[in-house]
Design a protein around this ligand. Structure first.
Ligand code: COI
Length: 366
């Protein structure tokens, strides 16, 4: 198949914001608020497949109020990052893996798959168009948000026959702030994120809004994030509001990084997968095994679970300092960032920033 060309409809130099304006907008780039000047757009129809690929100025859309994506939630998205290296060039972190997961999510929602090569070409085109937005500050990156939704205005309850793909970019520090301080988490026994056979393993919009109420409950208990337990028994820890979870299990001389297995009810995180690889490189054992909330508390109290951390594209590696659940709470380690979490964070960000060799071929030039 010949690769789809992406038309360049970027703003002429004179219509772009000035360097001063760009600096002002990026002064405090809270997650999700500082969008760049362009986006990529593609369309899919039954007759033509993927077409009309273009980089265009960022701006509002005109959509039909009856569109399927809006009413029935046929919407999938991704999150990946571009980093600026010391020599000035920009790289994408594991874009092919994000593209493959995007296709998996689309398949789960009965949507057309965007070929991975087109997904990566779109990401490269946007980073090139908005190159000056890729931050130089080491704690920052350009977060890319691909999204696809059904656009046909047909309220019959059936998959769409036409789709739009958009790729946006925003300047960001980490999800929880520049230096990712330890977060406190609320284990929700009242709400569930995903049940067996559902969409927990797909990155679809419908997995996120239902988390808002649990997230509010977390905030009412003084916590920043919700921890999801399995839907059947409310016993096994699955993941957090928008990220995966790891524990650092210390047994004598041996340290094991433990994370829940991919049972289909949790998101197969690209950062999760990267950390499993990097942990082995660092000489740790890794184990994908179920962890019950009770065991998290018990093993923390005996000192065996010395640390816990959240991980994801937005969160990178963020230590967990405190856990609150109905009628109980405990501190993880001494409540501050532990040495293994810090080491894993460095191992990940050093690869992303080009400070160590890219041994696993994860970086792609923009
Ligand atoms: C990510 O880490 O990329 C996410 O998508 C999580 C969240 C911000 C929705």
């Amino acid at each position: 198949m010949t690769e789809l060309a992406i038309a360049d409809r970027t703003l002429p130099a004179g219509d772009r914001i000035t360097d001063d304006e760009l600096r002002t907008r990026c002064a405090r780039p809270a997650f999700g608020r500082v969008l760049t000047e362009h986006m990529v757009s593609l369309r899919w129809t039954v007759d033509r497949g993927w077409h009309d690929a273009e980089v265009v100025p960022y701006g509002p859309l005109s959509v039909d109020p009856a569109m399927v994506g809006l009413h029935y939630g046929q919407v999938v998205f991704e999150g990946m990052k571009a980093f600026r290296h010391a020599d000035g060039h920009a790289v994408l972190f594991r874009p092919h893996d994000h593209g493959a997961r995007f296709a998996d999510s689309a398949r789960r929602l009965a949507m057309p798959e965007l070929p991975v090569d087109t997904f990566v070409a779109a990401a490269r085109a946007l980073v090139r168009a908005d190159e000056r937005w890729v931050p130089f500050e080491p704690a920052r990156s350009l977060y890319l948000r691909p999204i696809m939704f059904a656009t046909d205005p047909v309220l019959a309850l059936a998959p769409g026959r036409e789709y739009r793909f958009l790729l946006l970019a925003m300047v960001t520090e980490n999800f929880f702030g520049a230096d990712s301080p330890p977060v406190s988490v609320w284990a929700s026994t009242r709400y569930s994120r995903a049940a067996p056979g559902g969409t927990g393993g797909a990155k679809c919009a419908g997995n996120y809004a239902p988390a808002f109420l649990a997230q509010q409950e977390a905030a009412e208990h003084g916590c920043q994030q919700v921890v999801w337990l399995d839907a059947a028994e409310h016993r096994w820890v699955e993941e957090m509001g928008g990220m995966n979870i790891f524990w650092v299990h210390v047994q004598g001389e041996e340290t094991t990084l433990v994370t829940p297995p991919l049972t289909g009810t949790l998101l197969p995180g690209v950062t999760r997968r990267s950390l499993l690889t990097l942990a082995r490189d660092e000489g740790f054992r890794v184990e994908e095994r179920p962890v019950a909330l009770d065991d998290w508390q018990r093993l923390t109290e005996t000192g065996a679970f010395a640390e816990a951390f959240a991980c994801g594209t937005a969160a990178a590696v963020t230590p967990i300092g405190r856990v609150v659940a109905e009628g109980r709470e405990w501190t993880v380690g001494d409540g501050t960032a532990g040495p293994v979490s810090a080491r894993m964070r460095t191992a990940l960000t050093d690869v992303q920033r080009g400070l160590v060799p890219d041994r696993h071929g994860w970086l792609v030039n923009a």
